[in-house]
Design a protein around this ligand. Structure first.
Ligand code: NDP
Ligand code: TDO
Ligand code: MG
Length: 296
């Protein structure tokens, strides 16, 4: 298939551009200025030029704290931009996979979130992504909205790379231990999307394979638990690692409030698409092999 990826430099966009051609797809990844989600005319022109058979939206405004001060910019990209892309996919009659986030939830539930659960974003980023989900599903019935969480990989910026950098600079790090969720590696998201796309291309509107799906890694942990595993594996690879302290959210003040519970229930995607959550500890190991070399 000819596939258009919205987003070029981002961590998931780059992973998709690596992964999808391996299934024989012809892939075009476009970002600003050729495809600027905040400028709908560029979206239409880019889609017309590429004439794709499927679209994956891996572009977003992802600066969670900055979004608190840049509400309009976040909504232009994450809500209106996502909706504009979905409208183009609808016009061409091609499937769209749109990526969303755990931050659409308030985090007050004491169990993993299912696709049926009420949303309630606590910050502007989450609110803009929720508006994007709604815009996409309204504009185009042949869409998948794939909610994921705590995305990491070898490309771009993410928590894994921040930990490796800060861990090399400082003797001690403090990381929150009261926000629960699961890291999701871009390789595993790209694998899931690669698996879905051919089925989506063949499925009519109304097919259960379209709609809202949750996909994260497994098992659930906390940011502190994730950091501890990062440093355990980094130490096995001969790296100097910092002392790691567990702190509470109150001890790590940020402009935007993060959900205490980011755990996504991933049963639906397993039932409908046959996609299982990947063990993020293995995916972390694979990423570290690339970033820092194999274990000694
Ligand atoms: N990062 C995370 O932890 C999580 C991310 N997600 C979602 O996953 C998806 C992929 O995120 P991720 O790869 O981490 O994001 P990144 O922050 O790594 O990359 C974002 C991408 O979006 C592009 N972008 C930003 N603004 C525009 C615009 N106006 N027009 C076109 N492209 C634009 C950026 O391009 P440029 O570099 O040119 O600005 C970049 O390529 C997003 O939908 C995000 O909301 C979901 C859960 C967790
Ligand atoms: C760097 C650092 C972060 N933290 C905390 C802050 C935060 O609660 C958590 C993770 O830090 P981050 O800066 O990666 O957080 P954040 O940018 O909010 O990550 C989010 O990004 C968006 C795009 C999403 O969609 C979410 O799924 C999620 O991945 O760890 C520490 O406790 N200590 C530290 O030294
Ligand atoms: Mg961040």
């Amino acid at each position: 298939m000819r596939i258009l990826i919205a987003g070029r430099s981002g961590q998931l966009a780059r992973e998709l551009a690596d992964r999808l051609p391996r299934d024989g797809h012809e892939v075009t990844a476009l970002g600003q200025p050729e495809l600027d989600l905040a400028a709908p005319d560029t979206v239409r022109r880019a889609v017309e030029q590429v004439a794709p058979e499927a679209i994956v939206n891996a572009a977003a405004y992802t600066a969670v704290d900055r979004a608190e001060d840049e509400r309009d910019a976040a909504f232009a990209v994450n809500a209106a931009g996502a909706g504009a892309l979905a409208a183009e996919a609808a016009r061409l009659g091609i499937p769209l996979v749109h990526v969303s986030t755990d931050y659409v939830f308030d985090g007050n539930k004491d169990a993993p979130y299912t696709e049926e659960d009420a949303t309630g974003p606590t910050g502007v980023y989450g609110a803009s992504k929720l508006a994007g989900e709604e815009a996409v599903l309204r504009a185009h019935p042949r869409s998948v909205v794939l909610r994921t969480a705590w995305v990491c990989g070898v490309h771009g910026n993410n928590f894994l790379k921040t930990m490796l950098r800060l861990g090399a600079e400082r003797p001690k790090l403090s990381v929150v231990a009261d926000q629960h969720g699961a890291p999701t590696f871009t390789a595993d998201i790209a694998e899931a999307i690669a698996r879905m796309l051919p089925a989506l291309a063949a499925a009519p509107a109304g097919d259960p394979r379209f709609g809202l799906f949750h996909l994260s890694g497994a098992p659930y942990t906390t940011w502190h638990g994730f950091a501890a595993e990062i440093f355990r594996q980094a130490e096995n690879r001969g790296h100097k690692v910092p002392e790691l302290a567990a702190i509470g959210t109150a001890d790590y003040p940020t402009k935007a409030r993060r959900p205490a519970n980011s755990r996504l229930d991933c049963h639906k995607i397993q039932q409908v698409h046959g996609i299982r959550p990947a063990d993020w500890r293995q995916s972390l190991s694979n990423s570290l092999d690339t970033l820092t070399g194999p274990p000694r």
